[in-house]
Design a protein around this ligand. Structure first.
Ligand SMILES: *[C@@H]1O[C@H](CO)[C@@H](O)[C@H](O)[C@H]1NC(C)=O
Ligand SMILES: *[C@@H]1O[C@H](CO)[C@@H](O)[C@H](O)[C@H]1NC(C)=O
Ligand SMILES: *[C@@H]1O[C@H](CO)[C@@H](O)[C@H](O)[C@H]1NC(C)=O
Length: 493
């Protein structure tokens, strides 16, 4: 493969620019523009992979040739005709990874890109903080891919750049694991550096506190985080609440037909009542989560299997994917049921299905659309993205009333699930912190209640969507971010 020749054909993006270096990266699967370098000119040069220019040729990208172009040289010549703001916001997040920070990152970028009326800055993006996933990139809607390619090319001067490091603090400069650092060089080179992060427990550990205090500002999504961050020792003058946007136009129930869940789900327990008797499953509960203890799947299974039997005509669909575990969710569920000693009802188990295939982002609204209620008895959440997605889709939500989601759950728009007690996190990096133990009994009551009160449930679903539009729609959040940035830029001038 001759990359230099190939590059000469990539004209639409880089007229007459010559590659000045290649990097052979045989291991890294970098398939989109990834990294920066800096020069005395104080410009950020953005390096591109050829794959960004010919997205169909994945194989070439995967084989690992990274291209660099000197796009900044063009910027030094010729003055722009219309006044473009000179300040930049460089947003660095795990854009190409999927997962929480990734979709959160995209939601801000989309909001800012589409809704800033009088922008006080240019927007640039960069991947940072986690592994890239080709599958994830390919599942993104085309308009997002196009926007990404555009924003990768924004030129910024370091001294006029506000960097947003949107990731866990361990990824911040100097990173504790292998990732492209944020900020890309020492903090002082940039106008401001802002950390955007959140945690799911009752506190922030000392190393993370230290890293947060290195930042000029720390953006957190909820009041819960404002108070836990400050209590943990982060400088109160640095902590700013910036709520997360939800794309209420994409997640709009009127735009979609439900996805056929039966064809996607693997039956794990119970019988496939739909096949036996079409229409018996009158009520579908949906949960969406990574397979980790924090998400309270044990609480959900217990409540569901104790409360319901086959005769109830309900079904539970778990849309899940691995989190440091294998994919054998079926056996994990069966083992759990066996160990829990829950007795099989006389009419048989109420069915549980697992959907563990990759669902493209574009199909996600149709999954919510197929559900009568969404349920997530999590022990702690940063924001709870699936919850707000379900709410935007007008699906009534049952969720633990603790941590991030207390920002938006109310008894008008959802079914907040009470907490029995706090418990200590037993393992992992947050060992010893506290999080919530949601009540199994209250969850049983709420799940029964939502079936028995369809009119009320629908009204809450509608209110959920209204609240999402009013508080977290992209226009609203773009305004919040824009005015905060404006404010701090004025401060320093
Ligand atoms: C940034 O640096 C350039 C020169 O490298 C200078 O012209 C420009 O005024 C500086 N911007 C600010 C905001 O200090
Ligand atoms: C949920 O928690 C918040 C904050 O702790 C509390 O103010 C509110 O009353 C709770 N809501 C319900 C319905 O339990
Ligand atoms: C719930 O709705 C009632 C009646 O519309 C209103 O007075 C109350 O403020 C609402 N509560 C919340 C938490 O939004």
């Amino acid at each position: 493969m001759d990359s230099s020749e190939e590059n000469q054909q990539t004209q639409p993006f880089f007229p007459k620019s010559k590659p000045f270096a290649f990097y052979l990266l045989p291991i890294l699967v970098l398939f989109l523009a990834i990294s920066f370098s800096f020069t005395k000119t104080n410009y950020i040069k953005i390096q591109y992979l050829k794959y960004t220019l010919s997205p169909h040729n994945l194989f070439q990208a995967l084989s690992g040739f990274l291209h660099t172009t000197l796009k900044w040289e063009k910027a030094k010549q010729g003055q722009p005709t219309n006044p473009v703001p000179s300040y930049c916001v460089l947003w660095m997040a795990p854009f190409l990874s999927g997962g929480g920070y990734s979709s959160e990152g995209w939601s801000y970028i989309l909001a800012l890109h589409e809704h800033m009326k009088k922008p006080s800055f240019k927007l640039a993006i960069e991947h940072h903080g986690d592994q890239e996933s080709v599958e994830f990139w390919e599942g993104l809607p085309q308009n997002i891919k196009n926007m990404a390619l555009e924003l990768y090319q924004t030129e910024c001067r370091m001294n006029e750049t506000v960097v947003v490091c949107h990731s866990e603090p361990g990824a911040w400069y100097p990173p504790l694991f292998e990732t492209f650092p944020c900020p890309p060089s020492v903090y002082q080179n940039f106008k401001y550096v802002i950390g955007r992060t959140m945690f799911e427990t009752d506190r922030v550990n000392p190393e993370h506190v230290r890293r947060c205090n290195q930042m000029d500002y720390v953006w957190v999504p909820t009041e819960f985080h404002v108070s836990t961050f400050i209590q943990s020792g982060i400088d109160p003058s640095k902590v700013v609440k910036i709520v997360q946007p939800i794309d209420v136009e994409f997640f709009d129930p009127f735009k979609y037909k439900p996805l056929d869940l039966v064809s996607l789900g693997k039956l794990v327990i119970g019988t496939n009542t739909i096949a036996l008797n079409a229409g018996l499953e009158k009520f579908v509960f949906l949960s969406v989560f990574k397979w980790e203890y924090r998400k309270g799947w044990d609480v959900l299974l217990k409540a569901y299997l104790k409360e319901f039997a086959k005769v109830d005509g309900v079904a539970l669909y778990l849309l899940t994917n691995p989190y440091h575990t294998d994919r054998d969710f079926g056996n994990k569920i069966l083992e759990f049921v066996e160990d829990s000693g829950i007795e099989e009802p006389a009419s048989g188990w109420a069915p549980i299905y697992v959907v563990d295939t990759h669902i493209a982002q574009t199909d996600l609204p149709r999954i919510y659309k197929a559900a009568n209620a969404f349920v997530l008895p999590s022990r702690g959440e940063g924001w709870g993205r699936p919850l707000v997605e379900a709410m935007a889709m007008s699906v009534p939500v049952i969720a633990t009333n603790w941590s991030g989601p207390t920002e938006y759950l109310s008894c008008n728009n959802s079914y907040p699930l009470s907490v029995d007690r706090m418990s200590e996190v037993a393992e992992g990096p947050f060992k010893g912190h506290l999080w919530a133990e949601p009540s199994v009994d209250k969850l049983r009551l709420l799940m029964r209640h939502v079936i028995d009160n369809p009119i009320e449930a629908k009204a809450k679903g509608r209110q959920g969507r209204e609240d999402m539009i009013r508080r977290f729609s992209p226009e609203i959040v773009a305004d919040i971010v824009n005015s905060h940035i404006k404010h701090i830029l004025q401060d320093k001038n």
